[in-house]
Design a protein around this ligand. Structure first.
Ligand code: CTP
Length: 319
């Protein structure tokens, strides 16, 4: 069976292991990759100089009150008022307070996950992070089901739920939120001015329908702190993607970190087309100058960390 390994060249190589008598079992680290504990701890320590995931993962109730005015992180001239609903949903203590997990999966949304069979491996991790409310049920064989934290950029409400134009879309969102079943829903509410109403709609639904999720709203300093860390390490990102944010936060509370669905390229290592998202028909936008992200650059940095054993990237089939 062909196994994808990340090597020193610019694209991953394919190693034919069909003749090897390797016992494949569904365990996170089953290939030659070895975790570098010393490096992981060093990275955690360095990142702690810029941010503390335990604190920056969410603004807490004690620090805001209804009516407070917040300047958006990326639109400093625009402000929002802290609504009663938002205030009610702010956590009293950090949802990650004192948490340490032996292994975490961070699931990006690349189409490279399709036909990967990675679902069982992903679900075997102690903490699973997903991005932008990506659907799981129909893709469970490849992406798994377990969700401990899921992010939701306000734009997802427009992109995936048609801005709740009618009852059908409201119902779809409600079902997705109900399926989260106690996990952390991480909403960057204070980043850009465009998302204001969408965040309010979601907050209202959660409260009205008593949805069992633990809401978290990242701190105002998080984005700049994460960018600062990577810039200091000579990774010149414009604005960190959700995936990179999640990795940076995870270093605080995860011993080993495994990344799936990170592949910001239109072709796979065999030159076959790869969808931008595993679940929709969105086209590649990461190369455009207009995009705030520099995904291939981020990927290069993550690949280097993979080679050093600080994290494990899976970009092909799972064992
Ligand atoms: N990703 C990737 N390759 C892709 C698509 C996504 O590596 N082809 C990673 C990125 O780190 C991205 C994450 O998976 O942040 C989640 O994907 P997506 O929901 O598409 O994020 P975007 O909305 O594109 O970007 P962001 O939420 O970061 O603004």
């Amino acid at each position: 069976r062909a196994e994808v390994v990340i090597n020193d060249s610019s694209s991953p190589a394919v190693v034919d292991r069909s003749n090897e008598s390797i016992k494949h079992n569904i365990k996170p680290a089953s290939s030659k990759w070895r975790h570098n504990q010393t490096l992981s701890l060093k990275i955690r320590k360095q990142i702690l100089k810029f941010l503390d995931a335990e604190k920056d993962i969410s603004v807490l109730k004690g620090t805001l009150k209804p009516g407070d005015i917040i300047h958006y992180v990326f639109d400093r001239d625009s402000t929002m008022n802290v609504s009663q609903n938002l205030y009610e949903l702010l956590p009293r203590t950090s949802p990650l307070k004192g948490k340490q997990f032996p292994s975490c999966a961070i699931v990006g949304n690349s189409g490279v996950l399709l036909s990967s069979g990675c679902g069982p491996e992903i679900d075997a991790h102690s903490f699973v992070i997903r991005c932008n409310l990506a659907p799981v049920q129909e893709y469970s064989q490849d992406v798994g089901m377990k969700t401990d934290l899921v992010t939701m950029n306000p734009s997802v409400i427009q992109r995936a739920f048609e801005d709740l134009v009618n009852e059908t879309w409201r119902e779809k969102l409600l079902q997705r939120l109900h399926s989260l079943n106690g996990s952390i829903l991480w909403i960057p509410a204070f980043m850009a001015k465009g998302g204001k109403e969408r965040v309010e709609w979601v907050n209202e639904l959660i409260l009205k329908h008593h949805i069992n999720v633990r809401t978290a709203y990242p701190s105002l300093r998080l984005l700049h702190a994460v960018r600062g860390y990577w810039l200091t390490n000579k990774v010149h990102i414009k604005r960190p993607t959700t995936g990179l944010l999640m990795y940076t936060l995870a270093t605080r509370f995860c011993n080993q970190i495994y990344l799936y669905g990170f592949w910001p390229f239109p072709l796979d290592q065999n030159q076959n087309p790869v969808k931008y998202h595993y679940y929709d028909s969105l086209k590649y936008g990461y190369t455009s100058q207009a995009s705030p992200h520099t995904m291939p650059l981020e990927f290069k940095a993550l690949k280097t960390l993979h080679q050093q054993g600080a994290l494990k990237l899976t970009v092909g089939e799972c064992d």
